[in-house]
Design a binder for this molecule. Structure first.
Ligand SMILES: Cc1cc2nc3c(=O)[nH]c(=O)nc-3n(C[C@H](O)[C@H](O)[C@H](O)COP(=O)(O)O)c2cc1C
Ligand code: SF4
Length: 591
């Protein structure tokens, strides 16, 4: 928990000293983002004197530092107030009424030393609507909670004195009788790997058929082997806990309930590839897990499971640091994540080379999802046969699903791959489900008539997000929410994605106002196909999926937003020239 008090940013020499303390003892460029996050928490902004000090001590230009600040939505040069309130704005938050609560709180804290805005999904979709106050998550918002929060803000109450129950986050594990039930993480998996040696350990992973759980489904053993084979001064292990895909929250739960297992998986990876250093890249929205993770890491060092001479083996040393993200979805993409770990803007790199050969500091790096490492710890305990008997031929093991939206029992569900959507919808108590949004905003929109499909890499793949859309919802609202999300999260580097995401959002907002036309839809389709083909990274190429699914399988969804069906492109001349008319027409404001 933060101290709750914000330092005054008007004494330059005090700022210089504070910033030096923040950097002490590293004074290392690659920690720039971590320094900035700490400075932002202390001052509710990055003051000019802080930028000047970072520039002098890190040999970076002020322009470089400012460009990093401007990239991350949780950092700002402008003062954000003693309380920075960010409402989560996923479609599930909207379904649960976040918009009216936002307006209620905005009105109630007018004049307070606070700022209030929306942010992308905060990973609390099973217990939304949610918000962050100075980075700390508060869930299950309702009018009563909003009144309480308004009172605390208006009374200028330090965040450390806010009632604990406001910050209580639940795991909501609803179905977990396979891997979630298998106890691991006490060092036995590392011991087994060390007894087997790295080649046999790789063989076990290969036999298990484990594929990455971060989305693309790359074979884990193959990834580790490629890294092991690459020329290196150092090798690195990175756990991707950016979990920014709207609707996904399984990694949050794994870290809260099974952090030892995830870290054990990372340590086994370090043993196999010969790494001495690892990172957990934790999304800034999960700040509340930071203390817990650092605690677990320390306990493992004390138990001889991390640090020097792991389990007494002289030449096996490995340690892990947690780095925080700062509100940028693109940093989940592995090469952007590595840039961010190096303290830079999280822009995707040109690939190849891939991180396995040139990753962190251009050294071979394994980047795996939290769930992937967690499964490794279990496979090394229970064997590859146990694992590959679960699931399907090409998708072995189980999948953790983060289930939210219109259902009676949202939360975490573990299923062997191959489970049908129908079974999942029944288990979680779907309410008149018309569609399921798989894999977050970038995934497929599957209509009820297709619920006999299976969750698997060979049929319908998901990074873990599973949002149910009830019969009384308008799919157009969901698409408009996704369009805003992508427009906000596009890093802007390549034209198809930067311009395409803006065009999608503009078009859908026209439909939202009832000003769309069929010409718009034809144009939209062209833009979406172009984005799929020519975007630089996975964000731009996967963003069109849901829009194309609905356009192709359920085009009537757009009917309610049409007004001039025959027109090529709807253009309201009066609306477009209203501002100019005000100036040029005679009258109070005219000339
Ligand atoms: C826009 C974008 C966001 C991503 N976000 C995540 C994420 O939050 N977590 C994750 O593990 N992988 C994410 N990925 C996939 C990663 O690039 C990478 O494939 C993954 O971390 C590899 O781990 P795995 O082999 O264990 O799946 C994202 C990819 C893209 C294009
Ligand atoms: S597709 Fe292009 S603009 Fe979009 S996030 Fe990737 S690099 Fe950035």
């Amino acid at each position: 928990m933060s101290t709750g008090s914000i330092l005054q940013a008007n004494d330059a020499s005090a700022i210089v000293n504070t910033v030096k303390q923040v950097m002490h003892p590293l004074f290392d460029q690659t920690y720039l983002l971590q320094y900035l996050i700490k400075i932002q928490a202390l001052y509710a902004c990055i003051p000019p004197a802080a930028i000047q000090t970072l520039h002098e001590k890190l040999a970076l230009t002020e322009a470089q530092i400012k460009s990093v600040i401007s990239f991350y939505s949780f950092l700002s040069i402008d003062y954000q107030g003693k309380y920075r309130i960010l409402f989560s704005d996923n479609i599930t938050d909207r379904m649960a009424g976040n918009q009216s609560l936002f307006h209620q709180l905005s009105e109630a804290i007018k004049g307070a030393d606070a700022s209030i805005d929306f942010t992308s999904c905060t990973g609390l979709c099973d217990q939304g609507p949610a918000m962050l106050v100075n980075g700390h998550a508060i869930n299950r918002l309702d009018t009563q909670r909003i009144n309480d929060i308004a009172q605390l803000v208006n009374n200028n109450e330090s965040l450390t004195n806010w009632p604990d129950n406001l910050f209580k986050i639940e795991d909501n594990i609803r179905r977990g009788d396979i891997q979630l039930n298998a106890r691991a993480g006490d060092g036995s998996g590392i011991k087994n790997a060390m007894n087997l040696g790295y080649q046999k350990t790789l063989q076990i992973l290969q036999n298990s058929g484990l594929r990455g759980r971060g989305g693309a489904g790359f074979t884990t053993a193959k990834k580790w082997q490629l890294c092991k084979q690459s020329e290196a001064v150092q090798r690195y292990v990175v756990c991707n806990a950016d979990e920014g895909e709207p609707g996904t929250f399984k990694d949050r739960v794994l870290f809260n309930s099974s952090a030892h297992s995830v870290i054990e998986g990372m340590t086994i990876c370090a043993y196999v590839i010969g790494a001495q250093k690892g990172f957990i890249y934790l999304r800034g929205e999960y700040l509340y897990l930071l203390e817990h993770l650092n605690d677990v890491l320390q306990r493992r060092r004390e138990a001889g499971l991390l640090g020097q001479k792991i389990l007494g083996k002289l030449n096996f040393k490995f340690d892990i640091e947690v780095h925080l993200g700062a509100g940028a979805y693109i940093c989940g993409e592995e090469s952007a994540l590595i840039e961010s770990l190096e303290g830079k803007r999280g822009m995707p790199r040109i690939r190849p080379p891939f991180p396995v050969t040139e990753g962190y500091k251009n050294q071979p790096t394994v980047v795996n999802n939290v769930e992937t490492f967690w499964s490794v710890s279990r496979i090394l305990l229970k064997g590859s046969n146990w694992f590959n008997k679960l699931g399907t031929k090409e998708s072995t093991g189980t999948r953790l699903l983060s289930i939210s939206g219109d259902c009676e029992r949202p939360g975490i569900y573990e299923y062997p791959f191959g489970v049908t959507l129908q079974k999942i919808v029944e288990d979680c108590g779907g309410i008149e489900t018309q569609a399921v949004q798989m894999a977050g905003a970038a995934g497929n929109t599957v209509l009820a008539r297709d619920f006999d499909h299976q969750v698997s890499f060979e049929d319908l793949s998901t990074g873990g997000s599973f949002i149910l859309i009830g019969g009384n919802r308008n799919l157009l609202d969901m698409l408009t929410n996704f369009a805003d999300f992508f427009k906000h999260e596009s890093c802007g580097f390549c034209t198809p994605c930067r311009v395409g995401t803006s065009l999608i959002a503009d078009t859908l907002h026209r439909f939202e106002k009832g000003q769309g036309c069929s010409g718009d839809l034809q144009h939209l389709k062209k833009v979406l196909k172009l984005m799929q083909k020519s975007s630089f990274c996975g964000l731009g190429s996967s963003a069109p999926t849901a829009f194309l699914n609905v356009l192709e399988n359920s085009p009537d969804v757009f009917d309610c937003g049409m007004s001039v069906e025959s027109a090529e492109i709807y253009f309201d001349l009066n609306a477009a020239t209203a501002e100019y008319k005000k100036i040029t027409e005679p009258g109070e404001k005219g000339i």
